[in-house]
Write a protein that binds this ligand. Structure first.
Ligand SMILES: Nc1ncnc2c1ncn2[C@@H]1O[C@H](COP(=O)(O)OP(=O)(O)OP(=O)(O)O)[C@@H](O)[C@H]1O
Ligand SMILES: [Mg+2]
Length: 360
């Protein structure tokens, strides 16, 4: 078992003289600690440096500065074959002409531990269900993207790994298959507790698989925490807006007399030490805004029934601002009608509009 420590690691890619592209900092001063058995999801927009960070953890890219420690030893001093790292990519990266069984057992065969392979495979097949056993007889060309993925993961697990890295392994699967694959992987991670890092675009996947989530933006980690921590206590507007669906409602405003005053409503108590007139953004999630007689008026743009959640999401606008609230499924809410909204004051978050940093 392995702990992984990232100490101030950065990675830049050089400027391109042909295209005149300037140098970019793909990963910018990231520090992070993963305990043995942790599953950490890395979530962030396209191009924010997730794959680059993962490749550095795998030792494929060397950081330009900073260090990566595996159990207190600098990764540079651990020979490749002793690192015990498995990486699963989107396409599974299998050896094309081999039967999957051979591919899965390759590592053990190579080390003259062939006799361990059947038992190991049996164990993995038992956990993943019957599916894997059948797949093992086929070559990659005979497998679908999702099936390759399972073999890829099984192969990684058959190798006595201590660290498992995933780069959007299920990105190509359709929704139903994705859910199944996710449940299977969760079972495997429980049965073979390895330290894992899981890169994804998908919040639902991140919540389902990981213990903690790191939110990345432009090479930096903005916040690390459980989904609940990120959801209810974001450090800044970016994290607040990135996490949750529908996106959190944002309202422009300023501090007046120790209170937040917005364009359409206000009067909520703020921290006392803020300068008068400072620009402050108030944020509240749709689930904390409801219909309320005599509340803030809004003109209905759209009402979206959320049958599973047993409510509808109502998007309203007023004087240039748009927000979303939740309402009971009945009665029907007509587009263009005016409704009145109330909010749970203690769920309001406040941010410095200029820096995005949370201030209340
Ligand atoms: N080998 C490379 N050479 C030059 N630039 C690169 C290289 N690899 C990545 N980059 C750049 O570094 C930044 C981060 O890329 P990276 O692949 O880590 O992003 P990502 O978060 O994984 O994105 P996606 O979600 O689209 O996979 C991007 O701006 C990308 O263009
Ligand atoms: Mg990527």
């Amino acid at each position: 078992m392995t702990t992984i420590t990232l100490e101030h690691i950065s990675k830049r890619f050089g400027s391109d003289q042909l295209t005149n592209d300037p140098a970019i900092t793909a990963v910018d001063d990231v520090s992070l600690k993963l305990n043995t058995g942790d599953v950490l999801a890395i979530l962030g927009p396209s191009g924010c440096g997730k794959s680059t960070l993962l490749r550095m953890i795998a030792g494929i890219h060397k950081p330009d500065s900073g260090r990566i420690l595996y159990d207190d030893v600098d990764l540079r001093d651990v020979p490749l074959r002793e690192r015990g790292i498995g990486m699963v990519f989107q396409e599974g990266a299998l050896i094309p002409h081999w039967e999957s069984r051979k591919s899965v057992g390759f590592f053990l065969s190579l080390r003259q531990r062939e006799e361990e392979v059947p038992e190991k495979l049996h164990q993995i097949a038992k956990i993943t269900g019957i599916g894997l056993d059948k797949l093992l007889e086929r070559r990659p060309a005979q497998l679908s993207g999702g099936e390759k993925q399972r073999i890829g993961i099984a192969r990684a697990l058959a190798r006595d790994l201590q660290v498992l890295l995933f780069d959007e392994p299920f990105a190509n699967l359709d929704a139903k298959y994705r859910t199944e694959a996710r449940i299977e992987l969760k079972r495997l991670l429980n049965a073979f507790p390895v330290t894992s890092v899981y890169v994804t675009h998908d919040q639902v996947e991140a919540i389902a698989l990981s213990h903690r989530i790191a939110i990345m933006r432009a090479g930096k980690i903005e916040q690390v925490g459980t989904y609940q921590q990120l959801y209810s206590s974001p450090n800044n507007i970016f994290v607040a807006s990135f996490i949750g669906s529908p996106p959190i409602n944002l309202f422009n405003g300023r501090s007046e007399n120790g209170h937040w005053q917005g364009e359409n409503f206000g009067g909520f108590a703020l921290r006392r030490d803020l300068p008068e007139g400072m620009l402050v953004t108030a944020a509240i999630r749709a689930e904390h805004m409801h219909l309320e007689e005599g509340g803030i008026p809004g003109v209905v743009e759209q009402a979206i029934p959320m049958l599973a959640e047993r409510h509808q999401l109502v998007i309203v606008h007023l004087a240039g601002e748009t927000w979303t609230l939740t309402a009971p499924l009945e009665p029907y809410i007509e587009r263009g009608s005016t409704i009145y909204c109330g909010l749970q004051k203690d769920e309001l978050l406040f941010f410095d509009t200029k820096t995005g940093v949370r201030i209340g």
